[in-house]
Ligand binder design. Structure first.
Ligand code: MAV
Length: 326
């Protein structure tokens, strides 16, 4: 399997000090991908920036390629303060702890890259950050992302008729299934690490994902059709364990916050630039066939009432309005 199962080991943040020597610190992180993915580049940049701003040397132990499992595993680790200190977690993977957080990556919430950037550069998401800190003891220290999520399927889908009843994997947040259900597909929540096999064995006919992740996990081997629904622009919160954060000195806390914010900005530039290039690369290599989607406006009209209902259920209507007003 391409994914390791989530190994559990305790004690991530390690601080040792002797009488003669300043504290020497190690921070451990986890990534789903290798160094070529903007996801990992963001986390590596975070480490670099911490060392640029800190007075003492920090050792970064970043575990790549799902060595420590997938994002739902990372969430468990971070909230308990074991195994790792920081990671990137898709908002939809935070639903279990903070149900309103998946408003951040709800399909069709952003009009375009400019809107997405305006939201992530503002403090409009602050109420969601507060909810996450309060309910899960997780601190969002920056926002990366910027890949566009499209449909990836084992058959051609170019219009609503072809989308009808399409069995597709979605992320575990209930809003993801509701949106794609409203769009007339047949969504089911499956762990990211199981998706390739689920398509290969015919459990589902596809998923939705960004170009960089499609390339890295070679989903095109089992699902070579990409449909440009452009339903999401990826939001990647850089999440720090509240338990680990509390152990840092006030100076180091300030450094972590500054480095997280800047690493997020860096990651956004990298991923939004690489996204189109990676799609073209796979197209040129004949690994994928790219299709336009004819009925995007109709799709939008079908899902907007679901977005509104979801926000209302969570008492987050004002927040959704504020996001849309950006
Ligand atoms: C993508 O590869 C990433 O955005 C990652 O954060 C998600 O967990 C994953 O998709 C997914 O769809 O579960």
């Amino acid at each position: 399997s391409k994914f390791a199962s989530g190994a559990v080991f305790a004690g991530a943040l390690v601080i040792s000090a002797t009488a003669t020597q300043a504290a020497d610190m190690t921070l451990r992180g986890a990534s789903l991908f290798d160094e070529s993915h903007a996801y990992t580049k963001t986390l590596m940049k975070f480490g670099e920036l911490v060392n640029k701003y800190a007075d003492t040397e920090v050792t970064f132990d970043l575990r790549l390629n799902s060595e420590l499992g997938i994002e739902p595993d990372y969430v468990n680790f971070l909230t308990q303060g074991v195994a790792i200190d920081y990671a990137i977690i898709a908002p939809s993977n935070l639903a279990r702890f903070a149900p309103a957080v998946p408003l951040m990556d709800m399909p069709f919430v952003f009009r375009d890259l400019e809107h997405w950037n305006a939201v992530l550069s503002s403090d409009v998401l602050k109420p969601l950050e507060d909810e996450l800190l309060e309910k899960a003891d997780l601190k969002i220290i920056g926002y990366a992302g910027g890949g566009t999520r499209n449909l990836i399927s084992d058959k051609q889908i170019s219009n609503l008729e072809e989308l009808k009843g399409h069995k597709m994997r979605v992320m575990g947040a209930p809003i993801q299934a509701r949106i794609f259900g409203a769009a007339s597909a047949a969504p089911s929540a499956i762990a990211y690490s199981e998706v390739y096999n689920a398509i290969q064995t015919g459990v589902v006919s596809g998923l939705e994902n960004e170009a960089a992740s499609l390339l890295q996990y070679k989903f095109f081997e089992v699902a070579p059709h990409v449909t440009l629904t452009q339903h999401s622009i990826t939001v990647r919160p850089i999440v720090f364990s509240g338990k680990s954060f509390a152990k840092l000195s006030p100076e180091m806390q300030a450094v972590v916050l500054k480095a997280g914010k800047e690493a997020g900005e860096y990651g956004r530039k990298v991923e939004s630039t690489e996204d189109g290039q990676k799609l073209t690369q796979m197209k040129d290599a004949k690994q994928i066939e790219v299709h336009e989607f004819a009925d995007r406006d109709k799709l939008l009209a079908m899902v907007i009432p679901v977005q509104k209902a979801y926000a209302e259920e969570l008492g987050a209507t004002a927040l959704l309005d504020a996001i849309q007003a950006k």
